[in-house]
Write a protein that binds this ligand. Structure first.
Ligand code: PHE
Length: 342
């Protein structure tokens, strides 16, 4: 028995406590009711009396050692650092959170809507999937008229007999406003539009517009000119000049396109303005009486003007961006350059 005690003594001395589980395993093995040490005590009872004295002493020593070892192990395990006891070092540098940036189209869209809302326009929005009436019919595009080809349209095959399409301009939103409201109407409709165009540096199959509409008694082309002049001065600065060229849109009569001084060469002539010194930024005109009638607005009483421009074009001029595709590629190197703006 002395031999056994001696070997357990060694074993216990070498036992490696790593965590609470190992301490519990130790207790079960040596000290629990069914453990080794109580079993040794049982065996001890069977010893002849002359052996009991020395063996009893070593057995007690073994038990004490085991108890001591367990107690020591428990207290060191409890003291070891865990998340509740570790103090936070407040002097350490924080985790950097890099700030995102607004998309340049969102920045300019906001600037544009701010300029117009300052002079009393309200923002109206509408669906991107439209019916033929709101995108074309109400806007005086006769059925099968070649004017519909001006805006290569994505049609949707819905199978329900209705001709659905992706709106080609946000004029469709203005039809909805006119159908639901009587003049005075002063509204702008920013939003995404779609045209079946080959993607290039200057054209895309999706882009953004801000279209404007003002209808009241006695609204004239002079009001239109002054509003647009105010807009470009706010957007590009006081030095900017404008010019109007006659144009055609089914929903306006007369119709015009407006150019501004080329911001790249200040009017001197460069490849961007094709050496003319001018760049086109929008289409506009006086709302055609048929459009007013289509929307149940009395065309003998009211007149109005409308205009529409691409946000991409304005953004390209403002930030001197020469390729429209950059707006849709989500290249972080491009987008992060607008962090300091707004
Ligand atoms: N809707 C026209 C377009 O998308 C722009 C426009 C709006 C022209 C209003 C005249 C008047 O091209």
């Amino acid at each position: 028995m002395e031999e056994k005690i001696k070997s357990f003594l060694e074993e216990i001395n070498l036992f490696l406590f790593t965590n609470e589980e190992s301490a519990e395993a130790f207790r079960l093995k040596y000290l629990s009711k069914k453990g080794i040490i109580p079993a040794l005590f049982e065996e001890f009872k069977t010893l002849p009396p002359e052996q009991r004295k020395t063996t009893g002493k070593s057995l007690n020593e073994l038990k004490q050692l085991a108890e001591q070892k367990l107690a020591d192990a428990k207290s060191t395990i409890n003291k070891s650092p865990d998340k509740d006891t570790v103090k936070t070092d407040l002097s350490l540098p924080g985790d950097p959170h890099s700030l995102g940036a607004r998309h340049p189209i969102s920045i300019v869209r906001k600037q544009m809507t701010d300029i117009f809302t300052r002079i009393g326009f309200v923002v109206s929005e509408g669906p991107e999937i439209e019916d033929d009436w709101h995108n074309f019919g109400a806007l005086n595009f006769p059925p099968n008229h070649p004017a519909r080809d001006m805006q290569d349209t994505f049609f949707i095959d819905s199978g329900d007999g209705e001709k659905w399409l992706l709106r080609t301009h946000t004029s469709s939103v203005q039809v909805r406003v006119m159908e639901n409201q009587q003049p005075p109407i002063r509204t702008i409709s920013p939003g995404r539009v779609y045209r079946n165009e080959t993607i290039s540096a200057r054209a895309h199959c999706q882009f953004h517009q801000v279209e404007g509409l003002y209808i009241d008694e006695g609204v004239s082309f002079a009001d239109l000119k002054q509003t647009l002049y105010y807009f470009v001065q706010e957007m590009f600065g006081d030095k900017i000049e404008i010019r109007f060229r006659p144009s055609f849109f089914p929903f306006t009569e007369p119709s015009a396109e407006m150019d501004i001084t080329c911001l790249i060469c200040n009017g001197a002539g460069c490849p961007v303005c094709k050496h003319s010194g001018w760049v086109e930024i929008l289409g506009c005109g006086m709302v055609h009486p048929n459009v007013l009638d289509n929307c149940k607005i009395d065309s003998t009483k009211y007149t109005g003007y409308a205009f529409g421009m691409g946000i991409e074009r304005i953004t390209m001029l403002k930030f001197r961006i020469n390729d429209l595709r950059l707006f849709f590629e989500n290249d972080i190197r491009f987008l992060s350059q607008f962090k300091s703006v707004l």
